[in-house]
Ligand binder design. Structure first.
Ligand SMILES: [Zn+2]
Length: 244
């Protein structure tokens, strides 16, 4: 998946073992992203996942989706897995929620996964580990009830990304910022942000270049919204400006 940092693991998966893709399954690591990365490279683990998210929005891919990751027992052969950094009982952060939506939207385009919630191991769509019961390892607390409650929001975001539902433009998945010493960040996403700033009474030139004036206006906007005024547009600032 192009938005993910590819960090392939040499062991703990079955090459070519993905016989079908019914959907995407949410997990909680009960640990950290670096911890999972190290564990999946350990021969003792006998475990892995296709994707991993960090609470700050990191997205890594350990296993190709043609291959079978070892995450959820008999569900492995037909489901793509996402391990989310955090401990039992946590909610996904807004960053993780957006990442899970991106993966689901990608799985829809790549593998035809329907953009819907499911809690049925024979169903299709966005599932979660505990739904597989004993056959999936009996992990009744994975990923926990608070994340299960976030499934409809993940699906909704994925539907917007896929253009199936109209709604506010989702965060583009990269931090928009002013950078010195390198070419200015440029793109349609910057243009969208500049239009949002202008609409929010912090007018800037809508040219698609994230220059110092866009940074200054972003800081003023953030102060007005009582956000951290770092001048960097992550999902929280984006949501406050674009997704009114
Ligand atoms: Zn799990």
């Amino acid at each position: 998946m192009p938005q993910a940092v590819w960090k392939p693991i040499p062991i703990n998966f079955t090459a070519g073992g993905q016989v079908e893709v019914r959907g995407v399954v949410l997990h909680i690591m009960a640990g950290t992203l670096p911890g999972s990365d190290a564990w999946f490279r350990n021969p003792k683990a006998q475990a892995s996942s296709h994707f991993g998210t960090g609470r700050g929005g990191q997205l890594v891919q350990w296993v190709d989706t043609k291959d079978k990751a070892w995450t959820q027992g008999t569900g492995n052969r037909s489901w793509i897995s996402i391990e989310n950094e955090g401990k039992g009982g946590d909610e996904l952060t807004i960053h993780q929620l957006e990442r899970c939506a991106q993966i689901l939207a990608w799985a829809h385009a790549e593998h035809g996964v329907p953009l819907q919630v499911t809690s049925d191991p024979d169903g299709r769509g966005l599932g979660h580990h505990a739904m597989g019961g004993k056959a999936w390892g009996g992990h009744s607390m994975c990923p926990g009830s608070r994340i299960i409650l976030q499934k409809p929001e993940i699906v909704r975001r994925a539907r917007i990304i896929a253009g199936q539902e109209s709604g506010p433009v989702p965060w583009p998945g990269r931090l928009l910022r002013y950078q010195t010493g390198v070419p200015l960040m440029y793109g349609q996403d910057v243009r969208t942000w500049q239009a949002a700033l202008t609409a929010a009474k912090f007018p800037v030139k809508i040219d698609g270049y994230f220059g110092s004036k866009t940074r200054t206006a972003t800081r003023a906007f953030q102060r007005d919204e009582r956000l951290v005024d770092d001048g960097i547009v992550g999902p929280v600032t984006w949501r406050a400006g674009v997704q009114k």
